[in-house]
Design a protein around this ligand. Structure first.
Ligand code: C5P
Length: 284
């Protein structure tokens, strides 16, 4: 049986870093939402006991370093599964971009093997396995707008964020989340109002939501990479309602309720950056 799973990208409407923990990770509070920009996973069982990962993104590892490989290996080990698996990842989400593509792929393969091998696992159980693979996997298992806290393992579902168009612009460089966190200086960082942002989504108040969007990591990245600031300013100049760096960057997303404005922002970046997308929020 062949299983096809979609793996949508996420954006951070809010990201606050509360502090560094004794285990070296950081306590976070985030509001995350998924957008209609997705990788596609084609999953097939193999008779022999091995895991084969293939992808059109030829620069990605396909061995134990790949998130999808790791997620499948964990399930096989935990449930003593001797069948193998082949997974083809058709990548569309920009890589190492702050859009959670690798985590979403891992969440998608977990959903896929749950069906294929009839494991009957709940979302919480899939999240618990996926959290060993990456911080954003529990959110991606859930998949729609949510408040996320702790190291990333606490996921509280929210109603879908107010619908709008999302312009996604990924500058040509990539960033390593691990490296950014490793020398992250907490002094004087901005703390977005995450409870307020959460309330705005519960109230479905778009104007309040865009006024409270914020990312604690944005300023430090902009200082090192001024192009991130330039993209954000250009998005606002061309009519986005709001613009923000997603996750640890460097992708910037702009929100527009009005389609022709979104198209204008999108057109302004085509030719300026290679990876530009105009998508919709996921409303389910
Ligand atoms: O889990 P993920 O691979 O996305 O995390 C990448 C790195 O980001 C971790 O190895 C860790 O250094 C850092 N991190 C952190 N605090 C978190 C999540 C990630 O310091 N809550």
């Amino acid at each position: 049986m062949e299983i096809i799973e979609k793996a949508p990208a996420k954006i951070n409407l809010g990201l606050d870093i509360l502090g560094k923990r004794p285990d070296g990770y950081h306590d976070l509070e985030m509001i995350m939402a998924s957008v209609d920009l997705a990788d596609k996973l084609i999953i097939n069982e193999l008779p022999q006991d091995k895991i084969i990962v293939r992808t059109n993104a030829t620069f990605l590892p396909v061995d134990e370093k790949n998130n999808v490989y790791q997620a499948v290996a964990l399930v096989k080990e935990q449930f003593g599964i001797k069948q193998g698996l082949s997974v083809e990842i058709k990548k569309t989400i920009p890589v190492a971009a702050g859009l959670g593509g690798g985590s979403s792929d891992a969440a998608a393969v977990l959903r896929g093997v749950n069906k294929l091998w009839r494991l009957g696992l709940s979302k919480q159980e899939l999240s618990d396995i996926g959290f060993n693979v990456g911080t954003d996997v529990p959110y991606c298992v859930h998949g729609t707008t949510a408040f996320v806290a702790g190291r990333g393992e606490i996921v509280e579902p929210l109603p879908p964020m107010p619908q709008c168009w999302v312009v996604i612009v990924k500058p040509q460089f990539s960033v390593s989340t691990r490296k950014i966190f490793a020398d992250f200086d907490m002094t004087g960082i901005e703390h977005p109002d995450i409870p307020g942002l959460k309330a705005s989504i519960l109230e479905q108040d778009y104007d309040k939501m865009i006024s409270l969007m914020g990312n604690s990591m944005e300023r430090a990245t902009m200082q090192r990479r001024p192009v991130v600031r330039e993209i954000k300013e250009k998005m606002m100049k061309y009519g986005a309602d709001a613009a923000l760096m997603s996750g640890s960057g460097p992708t910037v997303f702009g929100l527009c309720q009005n389609y022709s404005r979104a198209k204008r922002v999108y057109n302004a970046f085509r030719g300026f950056c290679k990876e530009v997308h105009l998508v919709r929020t996921i409303n389910q």
